[in-house]
Design a protein around this ligand. Structure first.
Ligand code: SF4
Length: 297
């Protein structure tokens, strides 16, 4: 890939398929001069994602590449704490008049993009304790793991002066499936999509997979769903009701067994790919919300 002058080269690591591919490519020396990877922890990722981050960290460390973990708090706890101003998760809302609405969405920006940018400023030499101002002329090249099938997520909406975004997988012409094959060949075939346990943007396939394969996490999401029904925290409706599932019924009885039109449309000709991918949105990225909307608030 083409190299450009930058003070520091950093990878935004979500620990899903695409960013894991970039991390391992850097560790193998296929992508040069990575100065570090940054993982933004919402505190509510599935256990599989945390295990993946630990495994990636071991690989990066062996290659001399540091992994930085940043966090604003615990999104699950903060979302139901009225004292937290910025923990808004985009719930599906049923308004008092019966119409549909959506809650405010600041989770990606507040729990991922802001902590990452703060770390970038720190690594570029901004002064403690607030790391606000980057010394003149210092710029980070930020690698973002969007693959060719995710080109629609590329956006400059969240641009800051000290970050130059770069998309190595697009430059390499690699799709998500290319990355999956590349990972599988190296014994990383079980890489999952990274997203909060209780993300309202899960498709039915992801809810079913959680219910069937990770019942503790599904039970946690059901309990959380019950706790958000009536106000009490920022981002929730003053009147009306909030839900995690787009059907706007409690997750415990939501029609997650139904294969939606979108899920069928997303089906791959390969039945095994189809079962793995069926109707799921992309993983959660600080640079492109899995809803398809811009990530920054
Ligand atoms: S996974 Fe969902 S809930 Fe978590 S930060 Fe991303 S959009 Fe918000």
């Amino acid at each position: 890939m083409k190299t450009e002058a930058a003070t520091l080269r950093l990878l935004s690591l979500g620990a899903g398929v695409q960013s894991t591919t970039l991390a391992l490519m850097a560790a193998e020396g296929m992508l040069p001069n990575l100065g570090g990877a940054i993982f933004a922890d919402t505190g509510w990722e599935p256990a599989q994602v945390y295990a993946q981050v630990d495994r990636i960290e071991a690989t990066l460390t062996a290659a001399g590449i540091p992994l930085y973990r940043v966090a604003k708090g615990n999104l699950r706890h903060d979302s139901i704490d009225p004292a937290h101003r910025f923990a808004s998760v985009p719930y599906y809302v049923r308004n008092p008049d019966g119409s549909d609405g959506m809650g405010r969405r600041q989770c990606t920006y507040e729990y991922k993009l802001k902590p990452i940018n703060r770390k970038v400023r720190e690594l570029l030499g901004a002064a403690a304790p607030h790391f606000r101002r980057v010394p003149r002329g210092r710029v980070a090249e930020q690698w973002i793991g969007f693959s060719t099938d995710e080109i629609g997520r590329v956006s400059d909406h969240d641009r800051v002066s000290y970050v130059r975004k770069r998309y190595p997988l697009l430059e390499l012409g690699m799709s998500r499936k290319d990355c999956q094959r590349w990972l599988a060949a190296r014994g990383w075939g079980s890489t999952v999509k990274s997203a909060c346990v209780g993300c309202p943007f899960h498709g039915n396939a992801q809810w079913r997979e959680m219910r069937d394969q990770r019942p503790d996490e599904f039970a946690d999401a059901v309990a959380f769903d019950q706790s958000i029904r009536k106000g009490g925290a920022r981002g929730l409706p003053l009147h009306g009701e909030a839900f995690l599932h787009r059907s706007r019924v409690p997750l415990s009885i939501a029609p997650i067994n139904r294969v939606t039109r979108k899920e069928w449309a997303d089906r791959s000709p390969d039945i095994f790919d189809a079962l793995a991918e069926l109707g799921d949105p992309d993983g959660c990225s600080p640079y492109g919300c899995r809803s398809g909307m811009a990530a920054a608030a």
